[in-house]
Design a protein around this ligand. Structure first.
Ligand code: PBG
Length: 345
């Protein structure tokens, strides 16, 4: 009855319940919260993706990604210098090439002087102490926006793998430090390793987009590299099904066996369970890609006044660390680096 319940509530001895254990003790003061903090986000955790366009002195806003620009190589060099000054360890570059350079097989990916290789050369020369990660999928170079060679409505695995391995050699020749295949073809890690080694690039590492899911979060990126209008159908015949964690772990396992040096999970936040699983299963350096859609949702929520964008940004970046990631590819990299430098986060 109510009266008995109220009497019990009034007489409750909480120490008797908790056995004198109090979780809040260490949370009382700021110094104490800092002392017991388990996970930290530092500038060393950040990889900054950059979009490159042909031309000079161009920094054009991407409508679907507020605060992010497509930059010509000269401006990308300036951005790289700024990133290095902020202490950001590495960049990931993505090209938006002219439409007339795109074809069914993505042949321009194999041009040693294509936009991505030009950018690598220029950045390496001007800012030698920043790491360059190049994405080696064919989608920026295909007329249909798919990551592989398309024939009779099908993405042809083995032919794509050979093209990607060749493109990787050119990227490494240009100075890329890490080759990062994002296409999800079978056998690509082993193929790239063999091709790189044969070319004398033993020290060029491979960061596999090991578990890349067929996600709705890539929309703004496709605008950024100009594939949104081109893509017909979807990528479900080669990207992972968002339902499948066990398959993702098996798929990453193949990449590990084939010689991947680092693993990546993409998108990031909806797949934190996969981040943790890969880290615990393989123990390799593990990265999350907080993709364009994840970025734009935070920006849009902040602009609408629904959330504090800065706090959400830091909370989500920290979540990747807590889930076992060693670093994050994020469009927020400079913003987060500045905040960390000011003592925030
Ligand atoms: C494809 C590729 C994608 C991204 C980078 N490389 C996905 C896609 O277009 O299917 C997405 C990055 C992002 O959304 O930020 N090779």
């Amino acid at each position: 009855n109510t009266a008995a319940g109220l009497a019990a509530a009034a007489a409750i001895d909480v120490d008797e319940i908790t056995g004198h254990r109090r979780m809040r003790r260490t949370r009382v003061a700021d110094w104490s919260r800092r002392l017991v903090r388990e996970t930290r986000l530092t500038v060393d955790d950040l990889i900054w993706p950059l979009f490159i366009v042909p031309g000079t002195n161009i920094a054009e806003p991407i409508a679907a990604m507020p605060g992010v620009n497509r930059m010509s190589v000269d401006r990308a060099v300036e951005a790289a210098r700024m990133a290095a000054d902020l202490g950001i360890p590495a960049l990931a570059t993505f090209p938006n090439v002219e439409m007339d350079k795109r074809d069914v097989t993505g042949s321009h990916a194999l041009d040693p002087d294509n936009l991505i290789n030009q950018a690598t050369r220029a950045i390496k020369q001007a800012v030698p102490n920043i790491g360059i990660i190049t994405d080696v999928a064919l989608d920026p170079f295909t007329s249909h926006g798919h990551d592989g060679i398309l024939r009779d409505g099908e993405i042809i695995n083995d032919e794509t793998v050979r093209a990607i391995a060749a493109a990787a050699v050119h990227q490494a020749d240009a100075g890329a430090d890490i080759i990062s295949p994002s296409d999800m073809m079978d056998g690509r890690i082993g193929a790239i390793r063999r091709a790189l080694d044969a070319a004398g690039h033993q020290n060029v590492a491979i960061m596999s987009y090991a578990t890349k899911f067929a996600s709705a979060c890539y929309g703004p990126y496709r605008e950024a590299i100009g594939t949104s209008g081109l893509l017909k159908g979807d990528k479900r015949t080669y990207y992972l099904d968002p339902s499948n964690a066990m398959e993702a772990i098996r798929d990453a396992g193949m990449d590990v066996e084939e010689g991947a040096d680092m693993l990546m999970v993409k998108p990031g936040l909806p797949y934190l369970d996969i981040c943790r699983a890969l880290k615990d299963t393989y123990g390799l350096p593990t990265f999350a890609y907080q993709v364009s859609g994840e970025y734009s949702m935070i920006k849009a929520g902040h602009a609408a006044g629904y959330i504090d964008g800065e706090r959400i940004m830091m909370e989500k970046l920290l979540a990747f660390k807590r889930a076992g990631c060693d670093g994050i590819l994020t469009y927020f990299a400079p913003e987060a680096a500045r905040l960390i430098a000011k003592g925030g986060g």
